[in-house]
Design a protein around this ligand. Sequence first.
Ligand SMILES: [Fe+2]
Length: 199
Amino acid sequence: MTSTFAEHISGQDQFDLHPALDSRLLRDVIHPSRSLWTPRELRDLTSFVASELTTGLLSILEYSADRRWWARLGLTEGVELWLLSWLPGQGTEPHDHGGSAGSFTVLSGSLREDYRYPAGPIRSAVRTTGDALGFGSGRAHQVLNPFDGPAATVHAYSPPLVPTREYASLLDIPDSIPPLPAHRLPLSELRRLADQEGP
Ligand SMILES: [Fe+2]
């Protein structure tokens, strides 16, 4: 489950940061005024947070046998940032991110990622501690922990809170992705969605 944390609103309501991570450093790298992030920028963000804010992340990190656990680390009108944990056997269904760009960096442990671009082959890779990747729209994946030990990852998506789409199989991903929302949501609405839906 989502850990309970007091929402911290700063910078004239431009961003939320998890109190355990709030720092000048994170305020700088989350770029509250940036409305759209590229896959590379997202990868740099998750990689930076995993490597430079490790102590804060480990103070938050929990595992849940009932359901995959997550905590929201940050939110702006341009990006969402999450910490997720994966016990052995836990994973996602095949899904895409509805046209958002995304990234994850492995904080600890290892995961298997099966992924596919439209009309491409299904590929499989082991992502292990320190691995960081960014991806644009059109890519679908399934992430699973088939290993003996737990894992934790830092994720970011832009635009934030665009609904994911799940598939029975990665073979089902369509050639085209839905258009991104023409009207971007204000932070107050994004916060409500994030509380409801998680990553
Ligand atoms: Fe995903």
